[in-house]
Design a protein around this ligand. Structure first.
Ligand SMILES: NC(=O)c1ccc[n+]([C@@H]2O[C@H](COP(=O)([O-])OP(=O)(O)OC[C@H]3O[C@@H](n4cnc5c(N)ncnc54)[C@H](OP(=O)(O)O)[C@@H]3O)[C@@H](O)[C@H]2O)c1
Length: 222
């Protein structure tokens, strides 16, 4: 099995920390390049980092973004308290700017995007966040990657000491940890873990999947 070289966006976030952990542990991942606005604070022989400040323009670092097999795009924000223009900028504009650059530089790349359960593929529904994520998914799927997959988890339980950067999300996950562990076992449609998301991304990047959109139960079954 050939080893994979991976680019990871959002490695400092809750989902990204989980994906990074699994990549560093997986013998099939040769290297991880984390691109973020702040460093992860981690040291590992497989990990290299670029701290970047303009997530709409990658021209200054383009020469470092070629030669990768997969991108795990875990950068993203909650829409709570945000207007549509701001949420669209942070969700659609940033994701598509990175993806357009990466697809041009890495035609053999598999791109995996973390979106969310309830994403609105019609782009017409009543929920602002779901429409924006739907448009983002739809346009990512049009880019000339080798393949693109949309991961739509519902709840994600952070494991192995990982924490959300959003204080209220962290508080919920800590307070409800025993219930979430149970839910993960009995209702995979509604709950996954940072470990399962990371493992599934690696497996889907390596082996592909039978459909481009993976719901929580698909992520847990991969
Ligand atoms: N957490 C969940 O339970 C859950 C469930 C379903 C779907 N999701 C989706 O998963 C994605 C990641 O969520 P998360 O819980 O990991 O979020 P998080 O803990 O808040 O982390 C967000 C990540 O995105 C980066 N980021 C945010 N705004 C940025 C900006 N303007 N420029 C550059 N980087 C920026 C953060 O970097 P800094 O460290 O520099 O701030 C961090 O790495 C989101 O799209 C979310 O909707 C999450």
């Amino acid at each position: 099995m050939p080893e994979m070289n991976v680019i990871l966006f959002g490695a400092t976030g809750m989902v990204g920390q989980g994906v990074l952990r699994e990549c560093l542990l997986d013998p099939g991942i040769a290297s991880v390049l984390a691109v973020g606005r702040s460093p992860t604070g981690q040291q590992h022989p497989k990990l290299r980092e670029i701290v970047h400040d303009n997530f709409l323009d990658y021209s200054a670092i383009e020469s470092e973004l070629a030669g990768f097999d997969a991108c795990f795009f875990c950068l993203g924000v909650s829409s709570v308290g945000m207007n549509e223009e701001r949420y669209r900028h942070l969700t659609y504009d940033i994701t598509l700017a990175a993806a357009a650059t990466l697809s041009r530089l890495n035609p053999g790349m598999v791109f995996i995007y973390v979106t969310g359960r309830g994403t609105d593929s019609s782009e017409q529904g009543p929920l602002m966040w779901a429409r924006v994520k739907g448009k983002t998914e739809n346009d990512l799927l049009k880019l000339p990657f080798k393949a693109a997959y949309m991961f739509r988890p519902a709840g994600i339980q952070p494991l192995h000491g990982i924490r959300s950067k959003t204080a209220w999300i962290h508080a919920i996950y800590v307070g409800a940890a025993p219930l979430l562990t149970l839910l993960n076992r009995v209702a995979p449609k509604y709950m996954t873990t940072t470990e399962q998301v990371g493992r599934a991304m690696i497996k889907v990047a390596r082996d592909g999947y039978r459909k481009p959109v993976l719901e929580s139960e698909d992520i847990n079954a991969v």
